[in-house]
Design a binder for this molecule. Sequence first.
Ligand code: UDP
Length: 481
Amino acid sequence: MQDTIVLYPAPGMGHIVPMVKLGKLILRHCHYLSVAVLLTTSPHEPSATTSYTSHVTRTTPSLTFHRFPPLSTPQDTSPIRSRTAMAFEFIRLNTPNVLNALQSISTTSTIKALVIDMFCTSALHVASDLNIPTYYFYTSGAAALAAFLYLPTIHNQNTQSFKDLTDTYFHFPSLPPIRASHMPEPILDRDDPAYHDFIYFTAHLPKSRGILTNTFEALEPKAIKVIAEGACVPDTPTPPVYYIGPLVADDDGRAEDGDGAGTAECLSWLDAQPSRSVVFLCFGSRGTFSAAQLKEIAIGLERSGQRFLWVVRSPPLTDEEVRTRSSSRHGEPDLDALLPEGFLGRTKDKGLVVKTWAPQVEVLNRESVGGFVTHCGWNSVLEAVCAGLPMVAWPLYAEQHLNRAVLVEDMKLAMPMDQAEDGFVNADEVEKRIRALMDSEEGRKLRDWSGKMRKEAAAAWVEGGTSRVAFTKFTESWKQN
Ligand code: UDP
């Protein structure tokens, strides 16, 4: 029987693409294996997922997708439930499908390992009942992993919600102190079931056979050391953690790339700019700003006098607009209405504003790009590291405040954007930071260090490199069954 590794990502491109990337890596290095990817089926499946999976099926035939049937009982979608709580519940309701899929795959293959996304912890006991070793694939960095491993300890030490402890700082092993209100938003409120889902997930991390993490040793030595010492899981042994990064998006991960014409315009504009002269501003797949914040960014950018490429998205709908569905705003932003009067005309020789999406990996690797203002999503961070670019850290959601803290204080790869209590940044701060990043001694130091880290990133995956060795250990660990 063929040996197979089964991968189980959470729904959504942001989870499926990295898992497929891992699957391809396994296939490239272990020719004797096949890889099966389990996919849930949601009534709101975006067409991007199906076109992406069809593309992968055509180009990588030894990777197969196992699509679950739709749920037989509809989910409770009452608006008081948070998106994260619903996502966890949706995956939990798919547990019988996981069992069926694993049993069905087992009739023709020997499943050597199951690799799950953190949202898919509910599959852990199913695999354990079937004696299948289960690993997590944690797609953020070691610092965030250290925090998650330690979260059950923090949970046991407190009784209040993080949202009610605004001025309290929490001390996680090896990390700079984290303010309660800067914890990832799904765990701010103990009354949200998502909080308890996270505690369940983080408490189960140590029960897995191992944890794959998308980072590399030279980038996060401090966090990696404390995890290895067991300081993040005080009461039980920490399972092996395999640091196998940097895994960054490749061509077929870009289903959202927008139209080819926009991409070509943006790249050819960059190619016409002087070396290292352009600052790139881009805030992930979900980062949005209010109209007021967009105006401040525009004013700061213009005053900085630096060349820029800026990805602008439509501001989020207000609660009122969502409730009454009254807004005519949708999709593409109306730049003339959102940006200060005359801004596009005045900056046309120095800057380019693109709507909604830019081909980030290609942009970051253009010769003309010299700095990156980022929301600190982990993929963006790794992409910047691989391109050797210094950053300004402007966190927005999820674990990004934590990423900002380590990027600035430990990794020395970014300078912080100072935000007001509510996250707002004024034009003076934008101007000051962009100038500092692109044209100051501090910026030059960050650039030098980023260049060194770029070499370390490349070295991690050469023969004998730390990530290559860790990956081999991972592939050998399941042979011991
Ligand atoms: N991305 C892109 N163009 C954009 C915005 C995002 O190519 O205009 C890509 C980016 O390269 C990265 C991913 O989308 O691979 C965003 O992932 P990240 O973890 O940084 O942030 P998230 O979107 O999960 O908040």
